[in-house]
Design a protein around this ligand. Structure first.
Ligand code: BG6
Length: 485
């Protein structure tokens, strides 16, 4: 029996794309599954003068699943408040609505504030929530925020300081939606629930780890944002760093939020700060040009993009963790837009047998692949013997992939993370210390790149796996990318 949660959600930016596409459908799933039932309400705020009915109709449009009746009963819990985040008087009106709904739905003061809007406004909102006394004194007050958390360490720190005046660190839930993905959450289970794997999960047996976050789409309509971000900030600083932490954190004493976050913070603290010379040998950036058929435009010809833009749409690099158990094990990372297919996967490449036991024939590296998306599951590639009388070695592969029915049971990342925030579970949210560490790492790369502003872009064709230099990062050490696209 699923337990119902009493919660009042206040969504700043409630008329926006994120709220409609992700948050409301996720809340509806929680409603269908019983985690939300009668004692909840959602207030959407934005500047436009909408009525509750108009707002509800918009919410309804993005809901599928359930019956018509379930959808209609669900949206009755939605309320709209026209709101200018800079105007103190508007918080008074918002407080009135909050108090009214808290009483009406017997929510007992549990409040979740979601900032689905520009980070520059986070501080203003947090300040007003405190000064206009919108925080409850009865239940809990929690804040959910979305990336980008700054564009470098300094701005991230300023953003953090703007929030922590109102909310304690343990009340702040920083969403990284990769931490809500099924197979990312599965990593510690695969590692620690199999003692034989746990025993070899270190520098003695692992040669390197490869993380690929490939996207087939270009920047689409997000050119304005992307020009201020680039692939390093958009994907590496957050998603890839969180995946590295999941793969590398030392065994916690207990599988509980605090212990997990403490273990992960050791990984973030061990991130290197590369010198410009190291960046030059360990990191590669790229920007897409047209595809071979000339059908897809180059990044520089996309909407809202500078024709001479030097923003990277591709990054590949080597991350060397400064932890004894990972000394000498490169974590190769790679992400880019307009690559051949959408694919998120992790290849854990184990050391090859070098004993010469099999005479002239060299066994290849065993690989454990974690398929994150679009397929979800694991694959293991081992060396074995060719069938028959020969003694030739060949790869044996075994695969466990979720089937279509299982895939349907996988909750969307937002559904999962919203529930975890409602339950007050911090284990799958980005923590400030980790974020600080990954900004220092990323800032060093950016500053090295800034010293060489004239780059030869575009340097990869749309529909390919990025610039050649990304392959050379590995081939120069005798390795190769396991996933070839
Ligand atoms: C977002 C980035 O954080 O992640 C986007 O801003 C990117 O540029 C997206 O497309 C990828 O997420 P997913 O879940 O589709 O792999």
């Amino acid at each position: 029996m699923v337990k119902e949660n009493n919660t009042l959600f206040v969504i700043f930016g409630g008329s926006g794309d994120l709220a409609h596409r992700k948050l409301y459908p996720a809340l509806f799933q929680l409603y269908l599954k019983g985690s939300l039932n009668e004692h909840f309400a959602v207030i959407g705020t934005a500047r436009r003068p909408w009525s509750h009915e108009f707002f509800r109709a918009g919410v309804l449009e993005n809901l599928s699943d359930g019956t018509v009746e379930q959808r209609e009963t669900f949206v009755e819990h939605f309320y709209y408040q026209s709101h200018d985040v800079k105007d103190s008087a508007h918080y008074v009106a918002l407080k009135r609505l909050i108090d009214e709904l808290d009483a009406k739905y017997q929510i007992n003061g549990n409040r979740l504030f979601y900032m689905a809007m520009a980070p520059a406004l986070f501080g203003t909102i947090a300040d007003h929530l405190r000064s206009e006394r919108l925080l409850s004194t009865g239940g809990y007050n929690r804040l959910i925020i979305e990336k980008p958390f700054g564009h470098d360490y300094e701005s991230a720190l300023a953003l953090n300081n703007a929030i922590v005046g109102t909310f304690d660190q343990d009340q702040v839930f920083r969403i990284d939606h990769y931490l809500g993905k099924e197979m990312v959450q599965n990593i510690p289970f695969i590692r620690f629930a199999n003692p034989f794997l746990d025993a070899v999960w270190n520098r003695d047996y692992i040669d390197n780890i490869q993380i690929t976050l490939a996207e087939s789409l270009g920047v689409e309509e997000r050119g304005g944002y992307y020009e201020t971000a680039g692939a390093l900030r958009d994907m590496v600083q957050n998603h890839i760093m969180q995946i590295i932490a999941m793969l590398a954190f030392p065994r916690p004493t207990k599988y509980a939020d605090q212990e997990i976050n403490q273990a992960k913070s050791q990984v973030f603290a061990s991130l290197p700060v590369y010198t410009p010379a190291e960046v030059a040998t360990k990191f590669v950036r790229g920007q897409y040009g047209q595809d071979i058929a000339g059908k897809q435009v180059a990044y520089r010809d996309e909407d809202k993009i500078e024709p001479t833009s030097t923003v990277e749409t591709f990054v590949a690099g080597e991350v060397d963790l400064n932890l004894p158990q990972w000394q000498g094990v490169p974590f190769y990372v790679r992400t880019g837009k307009r690559l051949p297919t959408k694919k998120t996967r992790i290849d854990v490449v184990f050391k090859a047998d070098t004993s010469q036991l099999f005479a002239a024939q060299q066994p290849v590296n065993p690989v454990l692949t974690i398929q994150v998306e679009p397929e979800s599951g694991i694959e293991l590639t081992l060396n074995g013997k060719e069938i028959g009388t020969s003694s030739l070695i060949e790869p044996h592969q075994s695969q466990y992939l979720l089937n279509a029915d299982q895939q349907k049971q996988v909750p969307d990342a937002y559904e999962r993370l919203l529930l975890e925030a409602v339950l007050g579970k911090q284990g799958n949210f980005a923590q400030w210390e980790g974020m600080a560490g990954s900004w220092h790492f990323v800032d060093a790369i950016r500053s090295a790149w800034a010293q060489e502003p004239t780059v030869d872009f575009p340097n990869y064709q749309s529909g390919t796996m990025g610039p050649k230099a990304a392959d050379e990062l590995l081939t120069k050490t005798g390795r190769h990318w396991i996933y070839q696209g």
